[in-house]
Design a protein around this ligand. Structure first.
Ligand SMILES: Cc1ncc(COP(=O)(O)O)c(C=O)c1O
Length: 400
Protein backbone atom coordinates (compact mmCIF):
# COMPACT_ATOMS: atom_id res chain seq x y z
CA UNK A 1 0.00 0.00 0.00
CA UNK A 2 2.85 2.36 0.86
CA UNK A 3 4.31 1.86 -2.61
CA UNK A 4 0.99 2.67 -4.27
CA UNK A 5 0.56 5.82 -2.21
CA UNK A 6 4.05 6.84 -3.22
CA UNK A 7 3.27 6.27 -6.91
CA UNK A 8 0.26 8.51 -6.53
CA UNK A 9 2.29 11.20 -4.86
CA UNK A 10 5.17 11.06 -7.31
CA UNK A 11 3.33 10.62 -10.58
CA UNK A 12 -0.20 11.91 -10.12
CA UNK A 13 -1.32 15.52 -10.18
CA UNK A 14 -2.13 16.41 -6.59
CA UNK A 15 -5.54 17.93 -7.24
CA UNK A 16 -7.18 15.66 -4.65
CA UNK A 17 -6.32 14.70 -1.09
CA UNK A 18 -7.71 11.18 -0.77
CA UNK A 19 -7.80 9.28 2.50
CA UNK A 20 -4.87 6.91 2.84
CA UNK A 21 -6.77 3.85 1.64
CA UNK A 22 -6.16 2.06 -1.66
CA UNK A 23 -9.18 0.27 -3.05
CA UNK A 24 -9.28 -2.57 -5.48
CA UNK A 25 -12.83 -3.89 -5.63
CA UNK A 26 -16.40 -3.14 -4.66
CA UNK A 27 -19.66 -5.04 -4.36
CA UNK A 28 -23.00 -3.63 -3.26
CA UNK A 29 -22.47 -1.30 -0.31
CA UNK A 30 -18.93 -2.54 0.24
CA UNK A 31 -15.49 -1.51 -0.91
CA UNK A 32 -12.32 -3.56 -0.37
CA UNK A 33 -8.77 -2.33 -0.09
CA UNK A 34 -5.63 -3.96 -1.45
CA UNK A 35 -5.37 -6.04 1.75
CA UNK A 36 -8.99 -7.15 1.31
CA UNK A 37 -10.20 -5.14 4.27
CA UNK A 38 -13.93 -4.49 3.87
CA UNK A 39 -15.49 -1.04 4.25
CA UNK A 40 -18.99 0.34 4.06
CA UNK A 41 -19.08 2.96 1.35
CA UNK A 42 -20.81 6.03 2.77
CA UNK A 43 -19.81 8.31 -0.08
CA UNK A 44 -21.02 6.28 -3.07
CA UNK A 45 -18.62 8.21 -5.31
CA UNK A 46 -20.45 11.44 -4.51
CA UNK A 47 -23.83 9.77 -5.13
CA UNK A 48 -22.89 8.08 -8.41
CA UNK A 49 -23.21 4.52 -7.15
CA UNK A 50 -26.79 4.65 -5.92
CA UNK A 51 -27.33 1.12 -7.27
CA UNK A 52 -24.40 -0.32 -5.28
CA UNK A 53 -20.98 -1.27 -6.62
CA UNK A 54 -20.82 -3.57 -9.64
CA UNK A 55 -24.54 -4.28 -9.69
CA UNK A 56 -24.89 -7.62 -11.55
CA UNK A 57 -27.49 -6.19 -13.91
CA UNK A 58 -25.16 -3.34 -14.87
CA UNK A 59 -22.14 -5.62 -15.18
CA UNK A 60 -24.14 -7.82 -17.56
CA UNK A 61 -25.36 -4.85 -19.63
CA UNK A 62 -21.83 -3.51 -19.84
CA UNK A 63 -20.25 -6.84 -20.74
CA UNK A 64 -22.85 -7.62 -23.40
CA UNK A 65 -22.70 -4.18 -24.95
CA UNK A 66 -18.93 -3.89 -25.03
CA UNK A 67 -18.77 -6.91 -27.31
CA UNK A 68 -21.23 -5.31 -29.73
CA UNK A 69 -20.51 -1.60 -30.11
CA UNK A 70 -19.04 0.96 -27.72
CA UNK A 71 -18.67 4.12 -29.76
CA UNK A 72 -19.88 5.26 -33.15
CA UNK A 73 -20.01 9.06 -32.63
CA UNK A 74 -23.02 11.22 -33.31
CA UNK A 75 -22.16 11.29 -37.00
CA UNK A 76 -24.48 8.27 -37.21
CA UNK A 77 -27.54 7.09 -35.33
CA UNK A 78 -27.13 4.37 -32.75
CA UNK A 79 -29.85 1.92 -31.81
CA UNK A 80 -29.14 2.35 -28.10
CA UNK A 81 -29.19 6.14 -28.19
CA UNK A 82 -32.57 6.18 -29.95
CA UNK A 83 -33.98 3.82 -27.33
CA UNK A 84 -32.33 5.82 -24.54
CA UNK A 85 -34.04 9.01 -25.73
CA UNK A 86 -37.43 7.35 -25.64
CA UNK A 87 -36.75 5.79 -22.25
CA UNK A 88 -35.59 9.05 -20.68
CA UNK A 89 -38.49 11.06 -21.96
CA UNK A 90 -41.09 8.48 -20.93
CA UNK A 91 -39.49 8.12 -17.50
CA UNK A 92 -38.91 11.77 -16.65
CA UNK A 93 -41.72 13.39 -18.60
CA UNK A 94 -39.71 15.85 -20.71
CA UNK A 95 -39.97 16.18 -24.49
CA UNK A 96 -36.28 15.88 -25.28
CA UNK A 97 -32.94 14.78 -23.90
CA UNK A 98 -29.43 15.96 -24.76
CA UNK A 99 -26.73 13.49 -23.67
CA UNK A 100 -23.22 14.37 -22.51
CA UNK A 101 -20.72 12.52 -20.29
CA UNK A 102 -19.96 14.31 -17.04
CA UNK A 103 -22.03 16.46 -14.75
CA UNK A 104 -20.08 19.60 -15.55
CA UNK A 105 -20.63 19.15 -19.27
CA UNK A 106 -24.36 18.68 -18.86
CA UNK A 107 -24.61 21.66 -16.51
CA UNK A 108 -22.63 23.77 -18.97
CA UNK A 109 -24.96 22.52 -21.72
CA UNK A 110 -27.93 23.81 -19.74
CA UNK A 111 -26.26 27.22 -19.46
CA UNK A 112 -25.71 27.26 -23.21
CA UNK A 113 -29.31 26.24 -23.84
CA UNK A 114 -30.50 28.98 -21.49
CA UNK A 115 -28.47 31.61 -23.32
CA UNK A 116 -29.74 30.29 -26.64
CA UNK A 117 -33.33 30.51 -25.41
CA UNK A 118 -32.56 33.98 -24.08
CA UNK A 119 -31.59 35.20 -27.55
CA UNK A 120 -33.99 33.26 -29.71
CA UNK A 121 -37.13 33.22 -27.54
CA UNK A 122 -36.83 36.00 -24.95
CA UNK A 123 -35.12 38.29 -27.49
CA UNK A 124 -32.33 39.38 -25.18
CA UNK A 125 -29.84 41.52 -27.14
CA UNK A 126 -26.80 39.53 -28.34
CA UNK A 127 -24.15 38.81 -25.69
CA UNK A 128 -26.26 40.26 -22.90
CA UNK A 129 -27.85 37.07 -21.51
CA UNK A 130 -27.32 36.47 -17.81
CA UNK A 131 -27.71 33.46 -15.55
CA UNK A 132 -28.50 33.53 -11.83
CA UNK A 133 -26.86 30.94 -9.60
CA UNK A 134 -27.04 30.31 -5.87
CA UNK A 135 -24.08 31.09 -3.65
CA UNK A 136 -22.24 27.96 -2.52
CA UNK A 137 -23.40 26.10 -5.61
CA UNK A 138 -21.21 23.43 -7.07
CA UNK A 139 -21.52 22.28 -10.63
CA UNK A 140 -18.01 21.22 -11.54
CA UNK A 141 -14.64 22.52 -12.54
CA UNK A 142 -14.87 24.07 -15.99
CA UNK A 143 -14.05 27.74 -16.46
CA UNK A 144 -17.77 28.63 -16.55
CA UNK A 145 -18.35 26.58 -13.38
CA UNK A 146 -15.44 28.37 -11.64
CA UNK A 147 -16.80 31.69 -12.88
CA UNK A 148 -20.16 31.02 -11.27
CA UNK A 149 -18.75 29.69 -8.00
CA UNK A 150 -18.64 31.62 -4.73
CA UNK A 151 -16.02 29.24 -3.34
CA UNK A 152 -12.49 30.73 -3.49
CA UNK A 153 -10.90 27.27 -3.72
CA UNK A 154 -12.88 26.74 -6.91
CA UNK A 155 -12.18 30.04 -8.67
CA UNK A 156 -8.93 31.55 -7.27
CA UNK A 157 -6.15 31.74 -9.87
CA UNK A 158 -8.43 30.60 -12.67
CA UNK A 159 -9.55 33.96 -14.02
CA UNK A 160 -10.37 35.77 -16.19
CA UNK A 161 -13.90 34.63 -15.54
CA UNK A 162 -16.87 34.07 -17.82
CA UNK A 163 -19.15 37.10 -17.44
CA UNK A 164 -22.91 37.04 -17.12
CA UNK A 165 -23.48 35.32 -13.78
CA UNK A 166 -25.41 36.79 -10.84
CA UNK A 167 -25.41 35.32 -7.34
CA UNK A 168 -28.26 34.99 -4.86
CA UNK A 169 -28.34 33.32 -1.47
CA UNK A 170 -29.72 29.81 -1.63
CA UNK A 171 -33.23 29.70 -0.18
CA UNK A 172 -33.72 33.47 -0.51
CA UNK A 173 -36.61 34.28 -2.84
CA UNK A 174 -36.75 38.00 -2.06
CA UNK A 175 -33.20 38.42 -3.29
CA UNK A 176 -34.04 36.37 -6.38
CA UNK A 177 -37.07 38.49 -7.18
CA UNK A 178 -35.21 41.75 -6.71
CA UNK A 179 -32.52 40.52 -9.13
CA UNK A 180 -35.19 39.59 -11.64
CA UNK A 181 -36.68 43.08 -11.27
CA UNK A 182 -33.37 44.86 -11.75
CA UNK A 183 -31.99 42.80 -14.62
CA UNK A 184 -34.21 42.29 -17.65
CA UNK A 185 -31.65 40.15 -19.48
CA UNK A 186 -31.72 37.17 -17.15
CA UNK A 187 -32.30 33.96 -19.08
CA UNK A 188 -32.21 31.38 -16.29
CA UNK A 189 -31.93 30.59 -12.61
CA UNK A 190 -29.80 27.50 -12.08
CA UNK A 191 -30.06 25.77 -8.72
CA UNK A 192 -29.54 22.45 -6.94
CA UNK A 193 -32.70 21.26 -5.14
CA UNK A 194 -30.41 20.48 -2.18
CA UNK A 195 -26.88 21.89 -2.18
CA UNK A 196 -24.69 18.81 -1.98
CA UNK A 197 -21.09 20.01 -1.97
CA UNK A 198 -22.06 22.95 0.22
CA UNK A 199 -22.72 20.40 2.98
CA UNK A 200 -26.24 19.08 2.24
CA UNK A 201 -28.04 22.41 2.53
CA UNK A 202 -31.80 21.87 2.44
CA UNK A 203 -34.07 24.77 1.48
CA UNK A 204 -37.45 25.50 3.02
CA UNK A 205 -40.35 23.39 1.87
CA UNK A 206 -41.81 24.84 -1.33
CA UNK A 207 -38.67 26.83 -2.23
CA UNK A 208 -38.33 25.35 -5.69
CA UNK A 209 -42.04 25.73 -6.47
CA UNK A 210 -41.93 29.37 -5.47
CA UNK A 211 -38.73 29.92 -7.41
CA UNK A 212 -40.48 28.42 -10.44
CA UNK A 213 -43.42 30.80 -10.00
CA UNK A 214 -41.03 33.76 -9.86
CA UNK A 215 -39.25 32.47 -12.96
CA UNK A 216 -42.58 32.31 -14.78
CA UNK A 217 -43.50 35.82 -13.64
CA UNK A 218 -40.26 37.27 -15.02
CA UNK A 219 -39.95 35.00 -18.07
CA UNK A 220 -36.85 33.24 -16.79
CA UNK A 221 -36.04 29.52 -17.16
CA UNK A 222 -35.59 27.35 -14.07
CA UNK A 223 -32.71 24.88 -14.33
CA UNK A 224 -32.57 22.20 -11.62
CA UNK A 225 -29.11 20.73 -11.30
CA UNK A 226 -29.97 17.22 -10.15
CA UNK A 227 -26.55 15.75 -10.87
CA UNK A 228 -26.23 14.83 -7.18
CA UNK A 229 -29.86 14.75 -6.02
CA UNK A 230 -31.27 12.84 -8.99
CA UNK A 231 -31.87 9.12 -9.64
CA UNK A 232 -33.34 8.29 -6.27
CA UNK A 233 -30.83 9.79 -3.84
CA UNK A 234 -33.46 11.81 -1.96
CA UNK A 235 -36.09 9.06 -2.01
CA UNK A 236 -37.68 10.46 -5.18
CA UNK A 237 -36.48 9.78 -8.68
CA UNK A 238 -36.00 13.55 -9.00
CA UNK A 239 -35.83 15.88 -6.02
CA UNK A 240 -37.57 18.51 -8.17
CA UNK A 241 -40.50 16.25 -9.00
CA UNK A 242 -43.70 18.25 -9.48
CA UNK A 243 -41.85 21.57 -9.83
CA UNK A 244 -41.90 21.63 -13.61
CA UNK A 245 -38.34 22.92 -14.01
CA UNK A 246 -37.62 24.00 -17.58
CA UNK A 247 -34.43 21.98 -17.57
CA UNK A 248 -33.21 19.14 -15.40
CA UNK A 249 -29.55 18.19 -15.40
CA UNK A 250 -28.63 14.59 -14.58
CA UNK A 251 -25.31 12.78 -14.26
CA UNK A 252 -23.54 10.68 -11.66
CA UNK A 253 -25.98 7.83 -10.77
CA UNK A 254 -27.43 7.80 -14.28
CA UNK A 255 -24.26 5.84 -14.98
CA UNK A 256 -24.77 3.38 -12.13
CA UNK A 257 -21.09 4.05 -11.52
CA UNK A 258 -20.21 2.22 -14.73
CA UNK A 259 -19.77 4.49 -17.69
CA UNK A 260 -19.99 8.27 -17.40
CA UNK A 261 -23.21 9.62 -18.81
CA UNK A 262 -25.04 12.86 -18.14
CA UNK A 263 -27.83 14.72 -19.85
CA UNK A 264 -30.11 17.71 -19.96
CA UNK A 265 -33.85 17.14 -20.08
CA UNK A 266 -36.04 19.92 -21.46
CA UNK A 267 -39.23 20.55 -23.34
CA UNK A 268 -39.46 21.50 -26.99
CA UNK A 269 -39.75 25.26 -26.38
CA UNK A 270 -36.11 25.11 -25.22
CA UNK A 271 -34.58 22.07 -26.83
CA UNK A 272 -35.95 22.69 -30.32
CA UNK A 273 -33.91 25.90 -30.50
CA UNK A 274 -30.66 24.00 -30.88
CA UNK A 275 -29.29 23.44 -34.37
CA UNK A 276 -26.94 20.74 -35.68
CA UNK A 277 -23.31 21.64 -35.28
CA UNK A 278 -23.79 24.06 -32.39
CA UNK A 279 -23.13 21.66 -29.51
CA UNK A 280 -22.01 18.10 -28.91
CA UNK A 281 -19.46 15.66 -27.61
CA UNK A 282 -17.60 12.77 -29.23
CA UNK A 283 -18.53 10.37 -26.44
CA UNK A 284 -21.90 11.92 -25.53
CA UNK A 285 -24.69 9.36 -25.83
CA UNK A 286 -22.35 6.54 -26.83
CA UNK A 287 -23.81 3.04 -27.28
CA UNK A 288 -22.13 1.65 -24.16
CA UNK A 289 -23.28 4.38 -21.77
CA UNK A 290 -26.78 4.43 -23.26
CA UNK A 291 -27.08 0.66 -22.83
CA UNK A 292 -26.28 1.03 -19.15
CA UNK A 293 -28.20 4.19 -18.17
CA UNK A 294 -31.76 2.84 -18.61
CA UNK A 295 -30.74 -0.26 -16.64
CA UNK A 296 -29.34 1.98 -13.91
CA UNK A 297 -32.66 3.81 -13.64
CA UNK A 298 -34.69 0.57 -13.81
CA UNK A 299 -32.74 -0.86 -10.86
CA UNK A 300 -33.89 2.07 -8.73
CA UNK A 301 -37.48 1.31 -9.75
CA UNK A 302 -37.68 -2.47 -9.63
CA UNK A 303 -35.67 -2.84 -6.43
CA UNK A 304 -37.85 -0.29 -4.63
CA UNK A 305 -34.83 1.82 -3.83
CA UNK A 306 -36.82 5.03 -3.52
CA UNK A 307 -38.69 3.55 -0.61
CA UNK A 308 -35.53 2.08 0.86
CA UNK A 309 -33.77 5.45 0.62
CA UNK A 310 -36.62 7.06 2.55
CA UNK A 311 -36.73 4.35 5.22
CA UNK A 312 -33.00 4.00 5.77
CA UNK A 313 -32.47 7.76 5.63
CA UNK A 314 -35.09 8.38 8.27
CA UNK A 315 -33.57 5.70 10.46
CA UNK A 316 -30.11 7.18 10.02
CA UNK A 317 -31.26 10.62 11.13
CA UNK A 318 -33.40 9.29 13.97
CA UNK A 319 -30.61 7.20 15.45
CA UNK A 320 -28.05 9.98 15.31
CA UNK A 321 -30.25 12.84 16.51
CA UNK A 322 -29.60 11.97 20.20
CA UNK A 323 -25.98 13.01 19.58
CA UNK A 324 -27.24 16.46 18.65
CA UNK A 325 -29.30 16.57 21.84
CA UNK A 326 -26.24 15.57 23.87
CA UNK A 327 -24.08 18.22 22.18
CA UNK A 328 -21.68 15.73 20.54
CA UNK A 329 -22.94 16.80 17.11
CA UNK A 330 -24.07 20.20 15.91
CA UNK A 331 -26.56 18.83 13.39
CA UNK A 332 -27.86 15.78 11.59
CA UNK A 333 -29.78 16.55 8.40
CA UNK A 334 -30.77 15.16 5.08
CA UNK A 335 -33.48 13.90 2.78
CA UNK A 336 -33.67 10.24 1.80
CA UNK A 337 -30.10 8.97 1.76
CA UNK A 338 -28.54 12.35 1.05
CA UNK A 339 -27.46 13.00 4.63
CA UNK A 340 -24.83 14.85 6.58
CA UNK A 341 -23.65 15.14 10.15
CA UNK A 342 -22.02 18.31 11.33
CA UNK A 343 -19.58 18.95 14.15
CA UNK A 344 -18.99 22.22 15.91
CA UNK A 345 -15.23 21.83 15.40
CA UNK A 346 -13.97 20.96 11.89
CA UNK A 347 -11.13 18.89 13.41
CA UNK A 348 -13.69 16.57 15.04
CA UNK A 349 -15.21 15.84 11.64
CA UNK A 350 -11.79 14.92 10.29
CA UNK A 351 -11.17 12.72 13.32
CA UNK A 352 -14.46 10.90 12.82
CA UNK A 353 -13.67 10.24 9.17
CA UNK A 354 -10.31 8.73 10.20
CA UNK A 355 -11.88 6.68 13.00
CA UNK A 356 -14.61 5.37 10.70
CA UNK A 357 -11.99 4.37 8.16
CA UNK A 358 -10.16 2.36 10.78
CA UNK A 359 -13.43 0.72 11.81
CA UNK A 360 -14.43 -0.09 8.24
CA UNK A 361 -16.58 2.76 6.93
CA UNK A 362 -15.48 5.27 4.31
CA UNK A 363 -16.74 8.80 3.84
CA UNK A 364 -15.36 12.31 3.60
CA UNK A 365 -15.65 15.80 4.99
CA UNK A 366 -17.43 18.17 2.62
CA UNK A 367 -16.80 21.46 4.36
CA UNK A 368 -16.94 23.28 7.69
CA UNK A 369 -17.03 20.22 9.91
CA UNK A 370 -19.69 18.52 7.82
CA UNK A 371 -19.44 14.89 6.76
CA UNK A 372 -21.50 13.48 3.93
CA UNK A 373 -23.23 10.20 4.74
CA UNK A 374 -24.48 8.73 1.49
CA UNK A 375 -24.41 4.95 1.18
CA UNK A 376 -25.75 3.19 -1.91
CA UNK A 377 -29.55 3.10 -1.88
CA UNK A 378 -29.40 -0.70 -1.75
CA UNK A 379 -28.27 -0.68 1.89
CA UNK A 380 -30.19 -3.30 3.92
CA UNK A 381 -31.50 -3.02 7.49
CA UNK A 382 -28.63 -5.11 8.76
CA UNK A 383 -26.03 -3.15 6.82
CA UNK A 384 -27.44 0.13 8.11
CA UNK A 385 -27.39 -1.23 11.64
CA UNK A 386 -23.72 -2.21 11.35
CA UNK A 387 -22.85 1.13 9.76
CA UNK A 388 -24.66 3.07 12.47
CA UNK A 389 -22.79 1.07 15.12
CA UNK A 390 -19.50 2.15 13.56
CA UNK A 391 -20.58 5.78 13.27
CA UNK A 392 -21.96 5.92 16.82
CA UNK A 393 -18.83 4.36 18.29
CA UNK A 394 -16.77 6.82 16.29
CA UNK A 395 -18.75 9.85 17.50
CA UNK A 396 -18.38 8.67 21.10
CA UNK A 397 -14.63 8.27 20.69
CA UNK A 398 -14.26 11.66 19.02
CA UNK A 399 -16.24 13.46 21.70
CA UNK A 400 -14.43 11.78 24.61
C1 LIG B 1 -24.79 19.32 -8.24
C2 LIG B 1 -23.62 18.96 -9.09
N1 LIG B 1 -23.58 19.36 -10.38
C3 LIG B 1 -22.55 19.07 -11.18
C4 LIG B 1 -21.47 18.33 -10.72
C5 LIG B 1 -20.31 18.02 -11.63
O1 LIG B 1 -20.30 16.68 -11.97
P1 LIG B 1 -18.97 16.01 -12.56
O2 LIG B 1 -18.00 15.89 -11.44
O3 LIG B 1 -19.43 14.68 -13.08
O4 LIG B 1 -18.48 16.90 -13.64
C6 LIG B 1 -21.47 17.89 -9.38
C7 LIG B 1 -20.34 17.13 -8.85
O5 LIG B 1 -20.19 16.87 -7.69
C8 LIG B 1 -22.57 18.21 -8.56
O6 LIG B 1 -22.62 17.83 -7.28
Amino acid sequence: MKRLLQLNRLHGAQNYSPLPVVLKRGRGVHLYDVHDKQYYDFLSSYSSVNQGHCHPRLVKAMQEQCEKLTLCSRAFHSENLCNFFEYMNKTFGYDKCLPMNTGVEASETSVKLARLWGYKAKKIPQNKAEIVVARQNFWGRSIAACSSSSDPSCYTNFGPYVPGFHFVDFNNLEELESLFQKHPHIAAFMVEPIQGEAGIKIPELGYLQRAKSLCEKYNVLLICDEVQTGIGRTGQMLASEGVGADMVVLGKALSGGMMPISCVLANNHVMDLIDPGTHGSTFGGNPLATAIAPEAVEIIRVENLLKNARIQGERFRKELTPFVDSGALKDVRGVGLLNAIEFEKPRDAEKLVETCMEKGLLTKVTRDGTIRMCPPLTISDFEMEQSLDIIKEGIEEVSE
